[in-house]
Design a protein around this ligand. Structure first.
Ligand code: GDP
Ligand code: IMO
Ligand code: MG
Length: 428
């Protein structure tokens, strides 16, 4: 029985939802530890196809306790909508819990996210406009309202009174009308009433599960390259998607984490602005996008596509301490006659093997290795031996460059389209 963090190794959308859904078949608890409804975690299983934004991807296992953790920011409106959709599809929400300490994303956060993006003009970050940055900013500035406040109306009124005046000043700066305090308070109380039975102190249940040796998954959002500290700042999100943040965000000591699974797409995609050295603005990039269905799960924006960036993933492996990789979307590469891997960046005539800070990263060009494609379908592969030799060689090279063994290979979006790799098999 183990505590396993499952986190994105690249720029997000690696297939974390898909991997957590698979692993959750045997999990007692799944905790989302950071981010908000900027996440779009796609899960395809016997219940249908879902794009989860806040609800942990373990929700489909009725025996799994699912926790929206303390480190998240929660928009009650979109959460209630997501809960309705899941219910209508026959998914039980009996085990869905919300940390009373998680912060609330209010309509003014969303509004300000959009206004701040607009004000950046050419320098837009390309946020999801879900209010994530403004909500985490309020949390850090200690102007945040927490889910637990929603079920304590008197305290909520007091907290909101402190906040609203500031918000209205900011809205006036952008030439926008003020927020109606009583209306907002009423709305917030209604959210609290709707969510009340689930808003709890999550720590006792988490401590009991971990101490009891239960199978616990910590579900990350986004990926290392958009981490607030180690990503391509300022083109980052406002929280830490790294495994280290799972401890604070969920409420688990660092010493309790046994495994860290890095979810890695077999190529690269990014949505939003910022340097992305492997981006292909040609027909190869277009093909990756079309075959891989690379359109944002939350915003529908076309994702920028390119070959696998081993420099970025190796760094991510260090930052996260990966014990294993889950490689997804291998099947998307099935038809390519040759496949490239970025093994370094060229900068001022030299080749570097690390990720430099953002303004420098803007100037690098990728150095590629070329590998032969397999040009046959991998979608029916269920064992390492089922995979074509060229695919195994490609995967082995990725593993070698990342310095991490491969544990899972996903060859399709559905739950069972997966190869579980044992150490012996991989070496065979
Ligand atoms: P997440 O945010 O990390 O959970 O990833 P997203 O759900 O945003 O994006 C991953 C997309 O790839 C989704 O549309 C998944 O259904 C799909 N997907 C996941 N694994 C595979 C795979 O192995 N093959 C294919 N073809 N699609 C996959
Ligand atoms: P999942 O969990 C891909 C990107 C945005 C933008 C930057 C900041 O599905 O992998 P934000 O709204 O967080 O302030 O935006 O981060 N971004 C994502 N990209 N997948 C996501 O989530 C993302 N969440 C945010 O495009 O560049
Ligand atoms: Mg996604």
């Amino acid at each position: 029985m183990t505590v396993t963090a499952v986190v994105g190794a690249q720029w997000g959308d690696e297939g974390k939802g898909r991997v957590v859904d698979y692993l959750a078949q045997r999990a007692d608890m799944v905790i989302r530890f950071q981010g908000g409804d900027n996440a779009g975690h796609t899960v395809v299983n016997e219940f249908g196809t879902f794009r989860l934004h806040l609800v942990p991807s373990g929700i489909f296992n009725p025996r799994t306790q699912c926790i929206v953790g303390t480190g998240t920011v929660v928009n009650p409106e979109t959460l209630l909508q997501e809960m309705r959709e899941l219910s209508e599809a026959g998914v039980s929400l009996d085990n869905l819990w919300l940390s009373e300490r998680a912060h609330v994303v209010f309509p003014y956060h969303r509004l300000l996210d959009g206004l701040e993006e607009e004000a950046r003009g050419q320098a837009q970050l390309g946020t999801t406009k879900r209010g994530i940055g403004p909500a985490y900013a309020d949390k850090a500035a200690r102007h945040g309202i927490r889910l637990g406040d929603l079920i304590r109306p008197d305290y909520l009124r007091h907290r909101l009174e402190l906040v609203i005046e500031r918000k209205n000043r900011t809205l006036a700066y952008f030439g926008k009308p003020p927020v109606d305090f009583e209306e907002l308070l009423e709305q917030a109380i209604a959210w609290g009433e709707a969510l009340a039975p689930r808003i709890v102190d999550t720590l006792p249940m988490i401590e009991e599960a971990v101490r009891g040796g239960k199978e616990v998954l910590l579900e990350g959002q986004l990926g290392a390259m958009r981490d607030l500290d180690w990503g391509i700042y300022p083109y980052v999100t406002s929280s830490n998607p790294l495994a280290g943040a799972a401890c604070a965000g969920a409420g688990i000591p660092p010493t309790a984490i046994d495994r860290v699974i890095g979810v890695v797409k077999a190529y690269s995609t990014a949505v939003g602005a910022g340097p992305f050295p492997v981006e292909l603005k040609d027909e190869v990039g277009e093909r990756l996008r079309e075959i891989g269905g690379e359109y944002g799960a939350t915003t529908g924006r076309p994702r920028r596509c390119g070959w696998f960036d081993a420099v970025a993933v190796r760094r991510s492996a260090w930052l996260n301490g990966f014990t294993g990789l889950a490689i997804t979307k291998l099947d998307v590469l099935d038809s390519f006659p040759e496949i490239k891997i970025c093994v370094g960046y060229r900068l001022d005539g030299e080749v570097i093997k690390h990720v430099p800070d953002t303004p420098v990263l803007e100037q690098v060009t990728p150095v590629y290795e070329t590998w032969p494609g397999w040009q046959t379908s991998t979608r029916d592969a269920r064992t390492w031996d089922d995979l074509p030799e060229a695919a195994r060689a490609y995967l082995n090279r990725i593993s070698e460059l990342a310095g991490v063994p491969i544990q899972y290979i996903s060859v399709g979006p559905e739950r069972d389209q997966l190869v579980v790799v044992s150490e012996e098999e991989r070496g065979a």
